[in-house]
Design a protein around this ligand. Structure first.
Ligand SMILES: Nc1ncnc2c1ncn2[C@@H]1O[C@H](COP(=O)(O)OP(=O)(O)OP(=O)(O)O)[C@@H](O)[C@H]1O
Length: 389
């Protein structure tokens, strides 16, 4: 009897190791787009579940953003069912909201995944991100200039989410699909060469496209610059890097992510402790309770801490006070930091989320801009702070 191909064996090993801690009969959910990565994940998970006494289902999210997306979702769901996953759910979402289409689609997708996981009692939700996706994340983080955490890429485990394939290449997942006779969907916005996005879904492995053209006149191929940023990194940047630096560059970028994740985890933990040490608990005042409690910090505790921890602690403090996730730029953190390390009596710093940071009498107050000035809430006996320290 012929054994599994190396890629298939590696995929099964990866899934087995990602779910090894789950008890017998546990339910795992595969998030399947119909692309090669998540179809391979569905196949490997179905195999492992049947051997290891787990139950496995799938959820396919139809973002409704491309012509024929409902059919793509229906085909993916049928493939998951044929692999033995049960139940398999297709959910159509409304992609709206701030931050661009990609971010809105991601938000809607994870909301559905959370919801289905909750409802089905899934012990884990498996995602098909590969080493190539990880390398792209590192490059995007590098270009954003936003520090070790964003260079650390995606974690293998985050809450109920698990990414068994972070050690596999995209070519491996395509191999797995081929070995299982699975025709996968190629997202035209991923930058596949010679694919016209409005021509509807494209299936690899010789399968017939499942939808007709949105524009029967035959649209031109999407120019690379019109692709989402991640797709441009995939289609244009990584090939150049591999050409110049060698074919192992994706592997070394992914290794960079692994190393930096360990560092970032440690720094985050230490910064959390610093924030706890610096936190001043204010006596409750008589007025109406603010929507988000102000964060009050002892500037001296922060000043004596290393910059790497202090800046992280300030970033966390701003988030805690109400700055929306992802809205805080390096310049905001630098302004906060200057109020600690370069105090010249400067005025308040304005932060995203309509927050204001104000220093007075050895304390840094982070609070909504429209709350009363902290001077009135600081006990009178607190010694006045000189403008220069
Ligand atoms: N529409 C969707 N429905 C369900 N899960 C999805 C959907 N889109 C993405 N996912 C999950 O998120 C993972 C990452 O998706 P993304 O589109 O970023 O990468 P990808 O490399 O193109 O993956 P794939 O080849 O599986 O589409 C997928 O492997 C899958 O597990």
């Amino acid at each position: 009897m012929v054994g599994p191909r190396p890629a298939e064996a590696a995929a099964r090993r990866a899934v087995r190791s990602a779910v090894h801690d789950l008890g017998p009969g546990a339910f795992v959910l595969v998030a399947c787009s119909g692309g090669a990565d998540s179809l391979a994940l569905a196949a490997a998970t179905a195999f492992v579940a049947s051997r290891d006494g787990l139950r496995a289902g799938a959820v396919v999210v139809d973002h409704g953003l491309q012509h024929g997306s409902a059919e793509v979702a229906a085909v993916a769901a049928a493939q998951c069912s044929a692999l033995g996953l049960d139940p398999v759910e297709v959910r159509r979402v409304e992609v709206t909201g701030a931050g661009g289409l990609e971010a809105a689609a991601r938000r809607a997708r994870y909301a559905v995944l959370d919801d289905v996981a909750h409802r089905t009692g899934a012990a884990a939700v498996l995602l098909g991100h590969t080493l190539d996706d990880q390398a792209e994340s590192v490059l995007l983080g590098l270009a954003r200039g936003s520090g070790a955490r964003s260079l650390a890429g995606m974690a293998a485990v985050r809450g109920t989410y698990r990414r068994p394939f972070l050690g596999l290449r995209r070519t491996d997942t395509e191999d797995v699909c081929t070995a299982n006779g699975l025709a996968w969907w190629t997202d035209p916005t991923n930058g596949a060469p010679d694919v016209a996005p409005s021509q509807g879904p494209v299936r690899s492995q010789g399968a017939t496209p499942v939808a007709s053209a949105a524009d029967p006149g035959g649209p031109a191929t999407l120019p690379a610059v019109a692709l989402p940023l991640r797709s441009q990194v995939r289609a244009r940047v990584l090939p150049v890097l591999e050409d110049v630096l060698g074919p192992g560059v994706a592997v070394t970028l992914a290794r960079t992510a692994d190393l930096l994740r360990e560092d970032a985890d440690l720094l985050d933990e230490l910064a959390g402790r610093l924030l706890d040490d610096a936190r001043v608990v204010e006596p409750a005042d008589a007025g109406p309770r603010p929507r988000v409690a102000p964060v009050v910090l002892d500037t001296e505790v922060l000043r004596s801490a290393p910059a790497a921890l202090r800046r992280r602690a300030l970033r966390r403090a701003a988030a805690e006070a109400g700055s929306p996730a992802g809205s805080l730029f390096a310049s905001h953190v630098a302004a906060l930091d200057a109020m600690i390390t370069d105090w010249r009596g400067q005025g308040p710093a304005h932060l995203p989320g309509d927050l204001r940071a104000l220093r007075t009498r050895g304390r840094l107050f982070l609070r909504p801009a429209r709350t009363p000035s902290p001077e009135r809430t600081v006990p009178a006996e607190t010694p006045a702070e000189p403008a220069q320290e």
